[in-house]
Design a protein around this ligand. Structure first.
Ligand code: K7E
Ligand code: CUA
Length: 647
């Protein structure tokens, strides 16, 4: 939840009238996707405090998949298997959870290209890349000099960079961080990271960071079209206070949108104008689809440019009252600032901003060395009386914007040129993010809007003190927005993306080629299945195929041994994973995709017979897909043997 929750308007005060009656007459027909047919859009939805990303279909709201990103997931052994554990390593060690707020797709020419989804973690600052061929998190990079990576992962027009900016300004990493918290104004700094994305592989690299005054960066949007090359970030706590922010960071009438000329910053970086900082430590984790394993390394260097050292990198635009969303229109000309406590929505013009910069049309005082453009000079106009507590804005294909209002619990449609409110519809209740299909691209697909709500109260059957968060689907193809469907979400949904199924569906991988499997502990067919001992380490090279595990009888394991089951699924059929679990394992199951090898570690704590079995109902004889391990006392002379079928 966000700071606007602190606004002292109780839930009952903002409960929309006529809840539940507002649904369009033929809504069922318009959201019904008959059995066996496909949805029109993929909807990738952040999981908030679940740390995961979920994949739905639109318009049906059917849940297809939950992709583990920053949190462990026993269903998929994410963070439990030996292969995936390195993905959750950080400079703080193994971190099994995070808070994922924003998802943005990779872009080519300002349009989703269906290659990757990027995701931020809000607690231990990290950035993730999810591969849309495997629907697996392929890479996670930690962000140094950062305290909470909320303002992320906003992506430039051709995915040159994914942005990661600090929510909490903090002293830069290193020994200099041990300072009184009351010395905020002297010692706390913001950092904005430009993480480059390799065109082919997608691989991340923190190209450079910009050091800024100690502002809190909330959200951002990369420029596009006419504003390509620029980046806009909302900043709150321009007061630079360090305690009771609810009051102390709400003093100034206006905070800022920070406009960064990132093409210039890149030029300065390439010209060697940055400073190498060598006291940072950050993790860079990658998943390899050939070794079916992740690697984890710690990096110790980052290049930093201080914006105050350059005249033409950064400009502040005053923006009323603790702005949250900063959203750029499809043409790139308009920048919408949503002040959480503001009674209007300012819309800035990129053209006017450029003219103001060229004319030096600045306030008389700089803010910590950064020129402040005069509010009126950059302003296209204000949307008056739009609602209470504006948070986020998305765009359609017809020149309209849609803004979510947390406090007045509604979505409001308005015309970007004319700044006129055209329609408003209640949400049930307290909408946070909203999303229009392609609504952050150069050519929005329009058609659907989804509101992601913080509170559902009476919308679903009660399930104890906590109710599901939920999405609400609206049809926006007509003049009025029409509510079609409520559907529950995984965790707390924040930002989301919707991409036409055709852009993505044919990229989906069906199997891993067993011949391309380079896992060091692969069993290349049942003939290679075996058990080996090295001291107290025992490796079981196991294969799975319908409907047996090889080997399925193992003897000669001793109490306290460190046993690794390296399970290779030798199937080469789509949608034919097998599972593996063993009694007493302090671990999850494994779920092994066709052609893949995955490993679970097991340390038997007692003597006896331990059954193991396939956890995924894979065939008529799935229940028969099982086996036994005999565990003997330490030092026992039972020989290490294994077999399947006749000994
Ligand atoms: Cu508005 Cu974290 Cu994007 Cu949620 S944030 S609502
Ligand atoms: Cu394999 Cu069930």
């Amino acid at each position: 939840m966000l700071a606007a929750a602190a606004v002292s308007i109780s839930f009952s005060a903002c409960r929309p009238k006529g809840a539940g009656s507002a649904v369009a007459g033929n809504a069922a027909q318009r959201t019904y996707v008959p059995p066996g047919q496909y949805d029109e859009f993929y909807n990738f939805v952040s999981g908030g405090f679940s740390g995961q990303m979920s994949v739905y279909g639109l318009p049906s709201g059917r849940l297809f998949r939950v992709i583990p990103v920053f949190s462990v997931d026993p269903e998929k052994a994410w963070g439990y298997s030996e292969e995936t554990k390195p993905m959750l390593m950080t400079s703080h060690g193994f971190v099994p959870w995070d808070d994922l707020h924003h998802i943005e797709s990779s872009f080519t020419d300002g349009m989703p290209d269906g290659k990757w989804m990027f995701a931020n973690s809000n607690n231990t600052p990290r950035l993730a890349r999810i591969d849309l061929t495997t629907y697996r998190t392929a890479e996670i990079i930690e962000i140094p000099n950062t305290g909470g990576n909320h303002c992320s992962p906003f992506t430039t027009e051709n995915s040159e960079y994914v942005i990661a900016a600090t929510r909490f300004s903090v002293p830069p990493d290193g020994p200099g961080g041990d300072v009184p918290i009351s010395s905020y104004k002297q010692n706390f700094k913001g950092h904005i990271s430009f993480v480059s994305v390799d065109k082919e592989t997608g691989e991340f690299n923190i190209a450079f960071q910009l050091k800024t005054p100690g502002l809190n960066f909330d959200l951002s949007s990369a420029g596009k079209g006419v504003s390509n090359g620029w980046l806009f970030l909302s900043c709150y706590n321009s007061e630079q206070s360090h305690t009771l922010l609810e009051v102390n960071a709400s003093q100034n009438d206006k905070d800022f949108i920070l406009a960064i000329n990132w093409k210039k910053a890149e030029e300065y970086f390439k010209a060697g104008r940055g400073t190498k900082q060598t006291n940072v430590r950050y993790a860079h984790n990658k998943y390899n689809e050939h070794t079916h394993s992740a690697t984890h390394e710690i990096k110790t260097e980052v290049t930093v440019l201080d914006v105050a050292d350059f005249e033409d990198l950064a400009y502040l635009i005053p923006c009323p009252k603790s702005p949250h969303g900063t959203d750029v229109s499809p043409t790139g000309e308009y920048i919408v600032g949503s002040g959480k406590l503001a009674a209007l929505i300012p819309v800035f013009s990129f053209d006017k901003l450029q003219k103001a910069i060229a004319a030096g049309d600045f306030e008389s005082e700089r803010y910590d060395g950064i020129p402040v453009v005069k509010y009126e000079s950059a302003l296209h106009g204000e949307v008056e009386k739009p609602g209470l507590g504006p948070l986020h804005t998305e765009f359609d294909d017809k020149g309209n914007a849609y803004t979510s209002f947390f406090v007045s619990s509604e979505v409001v449609k308005w015309n970007v040129e004319k700044l006129e409110v055209l329609d408003r519809q209640p949400t049930y209740y307290s909408v946070g993010h909203l999303m229009v299909a392609g609504g952050n691209s150069k050519k929005p697909y329009g058609k659907y809007l989804v509101a992601y709500n913080k509170i559902t109260k009476d919308r679903f059957l009660p399930t104890g003190p906590e109710l599901c968060h939920a999405a609400q689907l609206f049809d926006i193809s007509g003049d009025k927005m029409e509510l079609l469907l409520d559907f529950p979400t995984i965790g707390e949904p924040h930002y989301a993306q919707a991409i036409p199924a055709d852009v993505i569906k044919d990229r989906s991988l069906k199997i891993y080629d067993i011949n391309a499997n380079n896992h060091p502990f692969k069993a290349n067919g049942e003939g290679e299945a075996r058990v080996e001992r090295d001291g107290n380490i025992v490796r079981v090279y196991m294969t799975t195929i319908r409907s047996h595990l090889t080997p399925d009888v193992i003897e000669g394991i001793q109490q306290g041994d460190e046993v690794y089951f390296h399970v290779t699924n030798i199937e080469q059929d789509w949608d034919m994973p097998h599972g593996f679990a063993i009694k007493g394992a302090g671990n999850s199951e494994l779920l092994i995709m066709p052609g893949e090898t995955q490993t679970i570690k097991w340390v038997p704590d007692r003597v006896g017979i331990f059954p193991f079995y396939c956890t995924d109902f894979c065939s008529a004889l799935h229940q028969e897909m099982s086996g036994y391990v005999r565990v003997s006392p330490k030092g026992s002379n039972v020989a290490l043997t294994s077999y399947t079928g006749n000994k």
